[in-house]
Design a protein around this ligand. Structure first.
Ligand code: PGA
Length: 245
């Protein structure tokens, strides 16, 4: 049995003093567990200091080339060298605001797999796709493209996060029926692509997870945890999610 995962995606939030305060508050709660783990995805600036406090700190972004003239970018080699244990790939904010298309995301998956670095691959439909009932087809395309060159021998590196775009940062969240349908669909897709070994790939939910809706989200079959934005910025709120996982 793999651990359940509660992952904090801080996005472009928190300054150095705020991160220090976050850690202090975090340490005031009990996070001991044999069945679940916390992951923190801070601004990459804070990975070196946070890796002393957390067993799993990862990066929100990277560029897939190993080194070179790519001003402003961070490579996987650089991130690993300061303690990043994993990366996020395909987050809708990267896709939409920074124009990362499927081909680019496929390259990022390939780079992470080549480096044997674990990654959370995000997917999610927009509201028009949901309302037009093309959401399953869209997710299938996103995942098949991202994983087109991914080898089943690397499955232990893979974690999926289903994050409907219309639920991210909006206060709206997918309901239990929608999550159950999508998670079952993603599982069957993974089994089709990679065979029975894919049954252990964790599939997270993300999108306005909060202490009020967490219990119903976590009780959906196939939900192995959550990727949490807004509700991860306060350790007290984040811990309320942890207790319900
Ligand atoms: P949210 O963000 O929890 O603030 O909706 C989730 C995410 O984007 O990963």
């Amino acid at each position: 049995m793999r651990n359940k995962i509660l992952a904090a995606n801080w996005k472009m939030n928190l300054t150095l003093p705020e991160v220090e305060l976050w850690v202090k508050k975090f340490n005031g709660f009990n996070w001991q567990s044999d069945t679940k783990e916390v992951r923190v995805y801070p601004s990459a600036l804070f990975i070196p200091m946070l890796q002393n406090n957390f067993s799993h700190v990862g990066a929100q972004n990277f560029y897939y080339e190993p080194s070179g003239a790519f001003t402003g970018e961070l490579s996987l080699e650089q991130l690993s060298s300061v303690g990043s244990s994993s990366v996020l790939i395909g987050h809708s904010e990267r896709r939409e605001l920074f124009h990362e298309d499927n081909a680019f995301i496929t390259q990022k998956v390939k780079a992470a797999a080549d480096k044997n670095l674990s990654f959370i691959l995000c997917c999610g439909e927009n509201l028009a796709q949901r309302e037009g009932k093309t959401h399953l087809h869209f997710i299938e395309q996103q995942l098949k493209s991202a994983l087109s060159s991914f080898d089943r021998s690397k499955l232990s590196l893979l974690c999926i996060a289903y994050e409907p775009i219309w639920a991210i940062g909006t206060g709206l969240h997918a309901n239990a029926a929608q999550i159950t349908e999508m998670h079952a669909f993603i599982r069957s897709l993974l089994l089709e692509l990679f065979g029975s070994d894919a049954s252990s790939v964790p599939i997270l939910y993300g999108g306005s997870v909060n202490p009020e809706n967490a219990a119903s989200i976590f009780s959906c079959p196939e939900v192995a945890g959550a990727l949490v934005g807004g509700a991860s910025l306060d350790p007290h709120v984040f811990h309320q999610l942890w207790e319900q996982l």
